[in-house]
Design a protein around this ligand. Structure first.
Ligand SMILES: [Zn+2]
Length: 271
């Protein structure tokens, strides 16, 4: 190993907010690389503490960005929590007819309307496994690429809320028709972590945003939603994405990222 790579390695010491145990994270090039690829510039490092697990978030510079405690991560190896969603969960879908998502790391399985036969696509990355069936034909390459981006993102997500993952499937349903959409990974990451993230408005940026209503955003997204976000000092991302319609979920997630990129809001991990 070169001295340059050694220089990248640093040790972070923090404490578990649940049990008070000391946590030591060796931040190596692999963690920094994951943070670099992540839309918000963060990588999660998991440590199991008996009946719970602590995830330490590390940013691109190797600094700690918060610790969050999860309950389901530490369950017994074979004990999966299965969420079988009712058909209504797929209301408004135009392309996907059923799905099953297995999250080995979180010991969770989320499924809706997937028959035993005729599974069209099976995508796997690390601890995430996705099976999809469709209402109509798609170009194989498009479906495979987008499903690949989704499982890749889910593999680095830690939300325990099945609705966050359902929202990601909703967005996949929408962008199958917009395969050239550039920010699919960022949008997927935001929604699959939505319950663990908060949006905080920045002042005076949010006030200027409301006053001048930049047309690049106000013509593209729901103006009421943009104004609502700019008005709230802080809010959970999952709450802001709580709409049933797949296109509305997609549009709101994309709008939040656009506000984040323009410095109108910050997005942070909830502790
Ligand atoms: Zn702990």
């Amino acid at each position: 190993m070169s001295s340059q790579r050694l220089a990248l390695r640093r040790v972070i010491k923090t404490r578990c907010p649940r049990c008070g145990r000391d946590i030591v994270v060796n931040v190596g090039p692999d963690i920094l690389e994951e943070a670099r690829r992540n839309p918000l510039g963060m990588a999660g490092v998991v440590e199991l503490h008996g009946d719970h697990a602590a995830v330490v978030y590390i940013d691109r510079n190797g600094n700690e960005r918060g610790v969050r405690v999860y309950s389901v991560l530490a369950r017994g190896a074979e004990e999966y929590t299965v969420f079988t969603l009712p058909p209504a969960a797929l209301e408004g879908f135009t392309n996907i007819s059923g799905f099953s998502l297995t999250l080995k790391k979180l010991k969770m399985k989320i499924q809706a309307m997937l028959g035993e036969e005729g599974v069209f696509l099976h995508a796997v990355k690390g601890d995430a496994e996705l099976m999809l069936d469709f209402k109509r034909d798609f170009e194989w390459g498009v479906v495979k690429r987008l499903a690949g981006v989704l499982v890749d993102t889910i593999d680095t997500s830690y939300s325990e809320n099945p609705n966050d993952y359902l929202n990601a499937i909703r967005i996949l349903d929408v962008i199958l028709k917009e395969p050239n959409f550039l920010y699919s990974q960022e949008v997927f990451w935001l929604v699959t972590n939505a319950s663990t993230l908060i949006v905080k408005t920045r002042l005076p940026e949010a006030m200027l945003f409301k006053k001048y209503r930049p047309s690049m955003l106000f013509e593209r997204y729901d103006a009421h939603f943009l104004a609502e976000v700019a008005d709230i000092p802080r809010e959970n991302v999952a709450k802001l994405l709580k709409v049933g319609n797949p296109y509305a979920v997609y549009s709101r997630a994309d709008a939040l990222l656009a506000m984040y990129k323009r410095g109108i809001v910050d997005i942070e991990v909830v502790e």
